[in-house]
Write a protein that binds this ligand. Structure first.
Ligand code: SF4
Length: 259
C-alpha cells in the first residue's frame, strides 16, 4: 500500500486544496504515525501498520527547524499562505503542543506576518486546557466531525477511546464560541462488510443540526483524494458535495468545498 508519511518536522510548502500554499508542520514521528483516531481513509495508513518507537521532536528542535525553513523561504522570495499543523497523525497529542504554538506565532509574526496558522485536529483532545487555549490562539482551528451518528464515527474514524461521544464533542465545539472551522470528510463504500456512507439524508440532516448548534465560522467539506488504507472507498462526486454545501450556506455559514 502506498501511503504518505512526512519525513521532516517542517515540510513543503505544498499546495493544499483547502488552504493554498501551505508549509507543513509534523510534530509526530517521521517514520510512523500517531493518532487517537484510525480513520479508514487516512492517507498515513492504519495505526497498526505504522507503529514507531521514535520520540516526538522536542519543542526546541521544532522551533529551530521552523526558523531555518522560514529564513530559507524568505531568501528565495517564496510566499506562503499558511503554516499548517497536520503531519503523521494528531498534532495535539504532542505534550508541548501549546508551547510550540506560541513559538510558531512568534516566528510567523517575525518572518511571515501575513501567513495564517492552521491546525488540523480530530478534536478529541480539545478538552485539555492547554490544548484548548492553544487552539483558540491560531487563525484556523480546524476540527473534524465526520458524522453526528456515533456508529458512523466508530465505523469511519475509529476513535481509540471508548469514552468518545458525539455529545461531548459538541460541548467542546461550543466552547470555542464560533472560533473554529468544522472539517468533514464525506465518503462512500464499505468496510469489513458494512456500508460506509455519511451522505445519506439521515446522516446529512443530523450532521447539519450539529453544524447549526455549534456554529463554526466555516465548514470545510471534502472527499478522498489519494489512496486510502480501506480499498473499498470511493470519492463523493463534487455535485453531491455542493448540494450539502448549499444546505450549510442556507444557515448562514461559510463553506469551503474540495472535491
Ligand atoms: S484523524 Fe487524521 S491523522 Fe488521524 S487517523 Fe484520521 S485522517 Fe489520519
Amino acid at each position: 500500500m502506498s501511503t504518505i508519511l512526512f519525513h521532516e518536522i517542517v515540510f513543503g510548502p505544498i499546495h493544499s486544496r483547502r488552504l493554498g500554499s501551505s508549509l507543513g508542520m509534523n510534530l509526530l514521528p517521521y517514520d510512523g504515525k500517531l493518532c487517537s483516531f484510525d480513520c479508514i481513509y487516512c492517507e498515513c495508513g492504519y495505526n497498526e501498520n505504522f507503529r514507531t518507537k521514535t520520540k516526538l521532536p522536542a519543542r526546541e528542535n521544532v522551533k529551530a527547524a521552523l526558523e531555518d525553513k522560514l529564513l530559507q523561504l524568505q531568501k528565495e522570495n517564496t510566499s506562503i499562505d499558511v503554516i499548517t499543523f497536520a503531519g503523521n497523525g494528531e498534532p495535539t497529542l504532542h505534550p508541548q503542543f501549546a508551547e510550540i504554538i506560541d513559538d510558531t506565532i512568534e516566528l510567523r509574526d517575525r518572518y511571515y506576518p501575513n501567513a495564517k496558522i492552521s491546525v488540523l485536529s480530530n478534536a478529541m483532545h480539545a478538552g485539555k486546557k492547554a490544548v484548548f487555549d492553544a487552539l483558540k490562539k491560531v487563525d484556523n482551528n480546524i476540527l473534524k466531525l465526520d458524522s453526528a451518528n456515533p456508529d458512523t464515527v466508530r465505523l469511519i474514524d475509529r476513535p481509540n477511546a471508548p469514552s468518545y461521544t458525539i455529545d461531548k464533542q459538541i460541548e467542546l465545539f461550543k466552547r470555542f464560541e464560533g472560533n473554529f472551522i468544522m472539517q468533514t470528510m464525506f465518503v462512500r463504500g464499505s468496510h469489513k462488510g458494512k456500508t460506509v456512507d455519511n451522505t445519506t439524508e439521515d446522516e446529512v440532516s443530523a450532521w447539519l443540526e450539529v453544524v447549526k448548534e455549534t456554529n463554526p465560522k466555516e465548514v470545510m467539506i471534502y472527499t478522498i483524494d489519494r489512496e486510502t488504507p480501506e480499498k473499498n472507498l470511493e470519492k463523493v462526486p463534487l455535485e453531491d458535495l455542493k448540494r450539502i454545501g448549499e444546505r450549510v450556506e442556507k444557515s448562514g455559514i461559510k463553506v469551503n468545498i474540495a472535491g
